[in-house]
Design a protein around this ligand. Structure first.
Ligand SMILES: C[S@@+](CC[C@H](N)C(=O)[O-])C[C@H]1O[C@@H](n2cnc3c(N)ncnc32)[C@H](O)[C@@H]1O
Length: 310
């Protein structure tokens, strides 16, 4: 159960979701036709213990297996993994475009085990701020202690429901420079009012030319045999690994909150969206119908602040 001031270590509560995402990135990295390579993901997951290594091995087996061996109508390479892969590609491309446009200040909100500060190419002079809960960042910093980031990386340990802008300022954030913000896999873990406050703070700190990228879900999903099978498979895998993680208990509903597309458009930002199915198709990863139906509930969004509005 969530509360307004809950906190967690990497293997606990919302912290564990960062491990789940990293396990998928490790699995994708092993594919010969990988759409991105994250050489840090496996190390981070392994450092969290044998249960997480088990999950990662299962992900690797699933991503290379292709069709569902159990015939449950959903490929073992699940729609969840497909969505995570699509969004990684989308946000990697987002940062490449932001760098090409001259942006040299980046804020990765809820960075978790995101290794972009280590694995992407950044123009010299770029600063990447990473914000997450203290214990999550402590874990990542200790596992990657002997690695050199590819950029001036500044890890800021603070809860995003608290006064994180102050911490950003104290660590050298420049509000006069355009910023590329990222909120990947975050919004679902915030209640609607905390999301609104987050957007207010981001807009207040964003010089003209700033951008933000994020992912959202849409629409109430009908339960279906494929969804139930996916949920069961996830439960089975977590139980085998001895891990307690119930995603549904950690999420706040999409329903009832402001749609980020509307929020940014109403505040004068130019909004564009991408969809995971098209993105994966464009990258040669055609999805089966059952996965497409699930992926169509996810939206990838970028918004750019023009000169006139804040
Ligand atoms: C699903 S993971 C995504 C991590 C990373 N963005 C990625 O995609 O690999 C969710 C992350 O959000 C962080 N998070 C959620 N709520 C937060 C909050 N209120 N303050 C700081 N971090 C938060 C968690 O600690 C976790 O690292």
């Amino acid at each position: 159960m969530r509360s307004d001031d809950d906190s967690w270590d990497i293997t606990e509560s919302v912290g564990a979701t960062a491990l789940g995402v990293a396990a998928m990135r490790a699995a994708e990295t092993r594919r010969p036709d990988a759409l991105f390579r994250d050489p840090y993901a496996a190390r981070l997951v392994e450092a969290a213990g044998s249960g997480w290594s088990h999950i990662m091995r299962a992900q690797v087996a699933a991503t290379s297996a292709g069709a569902d061996p159990a015939g449950e109508g959903e490929p073992a390479y699940s729609s969840l993994a497909a969505m995570l892969i699509a969004r990684t590609v989308y946000f990697d491309e987002y940062f490449a475009a932001a760098s090409a446009a001259g942006i040299r200040q980046v804020v990765i909100l809820a960075s978790g085990l995101d290794a972009r500060a280590y694995r992407l190419e950044w123009p010299s002079g770029t600063v990447v701020f990473e914000i997450d809960q203290p214990k999550v960042l402590e874990f990542k910093n200790s596992v990657l202690a002997d690695e050199q980031p590819a950029v001036d990386r500044r890890a800021i340990a603070v809860d995003l429901r608290q006064d994180w802008p102050k911490e950003l300022w104290d660590n050298g954030f420049d509000p006069t420079a355009p910023t590329a913000w990222l909120a990947e896999g975050l919004l679902r873990y915030l209640p609607g009012e905390a999301q609104d406050r987050l957007f207010d703070d981001i807009a207040a700190l964003s010089a003209p030319g700033s951008r933000i990228a994020l992912n959202i879900g849409r629409g109430r999903r009908e339960d279906s045999p494929a969804r139930r099978a996916m949920r069961e498979r996830r439960k089975r895998l977590l139980a085998e690994a001895g891990i307690t993680l119930n995603l549904e208990e950690l999420w706040y509903p999409w329903e009832g909150r402001t749609d980020p597309r509307d929020w940014f458009a109403a505040h004068g930002w130019t909004v564009t969206t991408g969809d995971p199915v098209s993105l994966l198709t464009d990258h040669g990863r055609e999805q089966p119908d059952v996965a497409r139906a699930e992926l169509n509930h996810h939206i990838l969004m970028t918004a750019t602040r023009g000169d006139e509005n804040r």
